[in-house]
Design a protein around this ligand. Sequence first.
Ligand SMILES: [Zn+2]
Length: 321
Amino acid sequence: MNLDRRSAAPHSAVANGAPSNQVHSMSETPSEPPPISGAAPSPAVEDKAPSNGNGRESKVPGGLWLKCSNCNATIYRKEMEARLHTCTACGYHFTMKGWDRVHVTVDEGTFEEHHRDVQPCDRLAFNDRVPYGEKLLQTQKKTGLVEAALVGLGKIEGVPVVLGVLDFAFLGGSMGEVVGEKVALACELAEQQRLPLVLFTASGGARMHEGALSLMQMAKTCAALQHLSAAGGFSICVQTNPTTGGVTASFASVTDLVIAEPGALIGFAGPRVIQTTIRQALPEGFQRAEFLVQKGQVDLIVPRQEMRKRLAQLLRFVPAR
Ligand SMILES: [Zn+2]
C-alpha cells in the first residue's frame, strides 16, 4: 500500500465541474470484490459492534455461538448470519461488514466495484500512540479493505443503482479524505450513469487523525449530493447502527430519502455531552431510529429482512432520466 500517494486530493469536480477521472484515472477500473471470509464471516464485526447499553457481546470459543448485546441470548452464528446478521432471539440488528452489506443488498453477481484504489495518506503526520500511517497499514491488513468506503454499481431486485457502503470495521467507518472522496465520486457516478444513489452508513463520524481535512469532507459530500440533485438525480441513505458525528451531520442526512434500520443509534454528539451541555435529562430512546422517525429526521424505518424489497419498491418510483 502506498500511503504517500496523494490520490485522495480534495475533490475538485463538484466545485469546478471538471470530470473526476482527471484526478482518479487509476481508480476507474472496476475490480472484483475480495472474498468475504468464506461461509463463516469473521466474528469481528458482530463481536465489536457497539454495545447498545444492555451489555456486550461475548465470543464463545470456536466462534459457533455468540451472545447478543441486546437480549444476552446465546445464539448460533450460522443462524444469525442466515437472518442477515440479526439476533435470532430478539431481532437485534448487528453492525455488518461492508462486503456483507453489499452481498445482502444487491442481486448476486451484479456488483462491480469502482474507485477501489483511492488510497488514504497521512498528510498531517499525525501521531497518536501509533502513527496514523502505521495504523492505516495495520487496519488495511486486518480488514482486507483499502479504506472505510466501498463504491460501485449493482442491481437491487433488478433495479440498477450506484451503491456506497461504509464499513465500521475500518477505523469505525470514520470519514477522512478517502471516504469523502468516494462518496463524492459515487454521486458523480450516479450523475454520469443517470442512476439512483443508495448509501449505507455505519460510522463514528469524522476521522480525527486527519484533522480539519476530515471536517472538509462534510461540505464536500453535501456539495456533491447537491450537484447530483440539481442534475435531477435521486439519493437514499440507509443509516445503520451506529451513524454518528460528522457523517450524520453531513451527507447521511441530506439525501432525498433517509431510511434507518431498527434500533440504530443516530446522532451527532453523544448523549452524555448533550446532557452536560443543556443540563436537562434526555428523553427515553433519544438518538434511536424510532425516536428520530417521530421527529422527522428519519423518513422511515425498514428492518434488514425487508430492506432489499423496500429499496427496490422505492427506487421503481424514481423516474428514468
Ligand atoms: Zn438478541
